[in-house]
Design a binder for this molecule. Structure first.
Ligand SMILES: Cc1ncc(COP(=O)(O)O)c(C=O)c1O
Length: 422
């Protein structure tokens, strides 16, 4: 067992980290050099067990879009939840139907958003979305995915993640990243698949932007081309918005940012502001391809998840959360560009809405950046996720972050990173 992560002047946190390593396998968590030990969270602030405050640049992992312990959210959540049981398997609660209706209504600009299928995590939602297309027409067995995507680690979601697959039915196509290739390059890949597998393609699954690969946000024509190709092929076009949904890209849904209308949209993370919940929203003929029991499991669509979905929608509306995200997004972008201008190891920034990737020179320096931001000015730090794709810092604060909090965070980061030798 490798030695526990320990930090100076953190007696309580260090004790908990040691106990953690003795009792839990490290495979449980994604490596982060800070290993913040949390005691309390409110708004964009996190407090450690040793009493330090950190400004949250992660929203958990793009989950707490409304921030932590949001008073109005908590009030509405309790109202919707009422006296329902935590689990209503083989029962029906009205809040489940309300939440599903509200999800469909929230996608009124996509005529294909007709029905809902619940899941308890993003990767399960991805798997269920793929099942619907595979069940609808069992003759169609070929699965197309965009290379470098992250859809989860489990089952079919794992099969379409990354660059290669253990599943012989999966074919990867290119997703625009650093290179500047014309539309015809990507179209040629699709045409080749259509030639090789006529009438056999069940689905194409992609992300609005490559998140875990380091924040690569494609031009709009890319997704529009994928959608048109799926229509030609009769294949289901599945958009993985597990991370991008509920305001993250500066629109309620990323499909709106990219001007597309997917057959199935998979939602997770921010949809219930922290309650574990995921959903597939899309074409009724696909969702109805699953018979009784084929998409059910213990926790999907439970009353707490559905109450949280309804409360999240209310707060988005009451507080104009999407408009706020659009207003503060350029302020965060400016702050990040300031870091690129000031620190030679900060190479470039990519992003949209309130989801950015700040590329650092190398993995070692990227980890150092996370660590120094955590140490901050002593009392106050900034909390980052461990680097993505080894050297890209994910910046994804709660969508309700204020300009004053953004300014405070960048002041701390600048002071902290000045300790890193260039
Ligand atoms: C785009 C995307 N899809 C799917 C998933 C998997 O979601 P979960 O971890 O809830 O299974 C994630 C999680 O990070 C994600 O970012």
């Amino acid at each position: 067992m490798s030695p526990s992560i320990q930090h100076e002047n953190e007696p309580k946190a260090n004790g908990i980290r040691q106990r953690l390593d003795a009792i839990l396998g490290c495979g449980q968590r994604t490596y982060t050099p800070t290993q913040l030990v949390i005691e309390k969270a409110r708004g964009c602030d996190l407090w450690t067990v040793d009493g330090r405050r950190l400004i949250d640049f992660t929203s958990g992992v793009l989950v707490a879009n409304l921030g932590h312990a949001h008073a109005r959210f908590e009030e509405l959540f309790r109202q919707y939840y009422g006296e329902l049981p935590r689990n209503a398997y083989n029962m029906v609660a009205a809040v489940e139907v309300d939440a599903a209706e509200r999800l469909v209504a929230s996608m009124a600009d996509n005529p294909k958003a007709q029905k809902v299928l619940w899941a308890a995590s993003g990767s399960e939602g991805i798997q269920k979305a793929m099942w619907t297309a595979l069940h609808k027409d069992p003759e169609r067995t070929v699965i197309v995915a965009t290379r470098g995507g992250f859809h989860g680690k489990k089952g079919l979601a794992g099969d379409v993640t990354g660059e290669s697959s253990p599943n012989p039915n999966v074919r990867f196509i290119s997703f625009p990243m650093y290179e500047d290739k014309p539309e015809s390059f990507y179209r040629a890949e699709l045409d080749a698949l259509a030639r090789d597998f006529p009438g056999e393609i069940a689905l194409l699954i992609t992300e609005p932007y490559l998140g875990a690969k380091g924040s690569f946000h494609p031009p709009k024509w890319y997704h529009q081309m994928l959608q048109a190709w799926c229509e030609e092929q009769g294949a289901a076009f599945i958009l993985d918005e597990v991370q991008a949904c509920h305001g993250r890209t500066g629109n309620m849904y990323a499909y709106q940012s990219y001007g597309i209308q997917p057959d199935l949209v998979v939602l997770g993370k921010g949809m219930a502001n922290g309650e574990p919940a995921a959903a597939v929203v899309g074409r009724a003929d696909l969702i109805d391809a699953l018979a009784y029991g084929e998409g059910s499991d213990t926790f999907s669509g439970n009353p707490r998840a559905c109450a949280a979905i309804c409360a999240t929608f209310d707060v988005f509306k009451e507080e104009g959360v999407v408009a706020h995200c659009q207003a503060v997004a350029p302020v965060v972008m400016q702050g990040l560009q300031g870091l690129v201008a000031k620190f030679p190891f900060a190479k470039c920034v990519r992003g949209e809405g309130l989801v950015f990737g700040l590329e650092i020179e190398n993995p070692e320096l990227a980890n150092r950046c996370v660590l120094e931001a955590y140490r901050g000015t002593g009392e106050l730090g900034v909390h980052f996720l461990g680097p993505l794709a080894e050297k890209v810092l994910r910046v994804s604060p709660p969508l309700i972050i204020s300009e004053a909090e953004i300014a405070e965070a960048f002041e701390v980061i600048e002071a902290a990173w000045a300790r890193i030798p260039a």
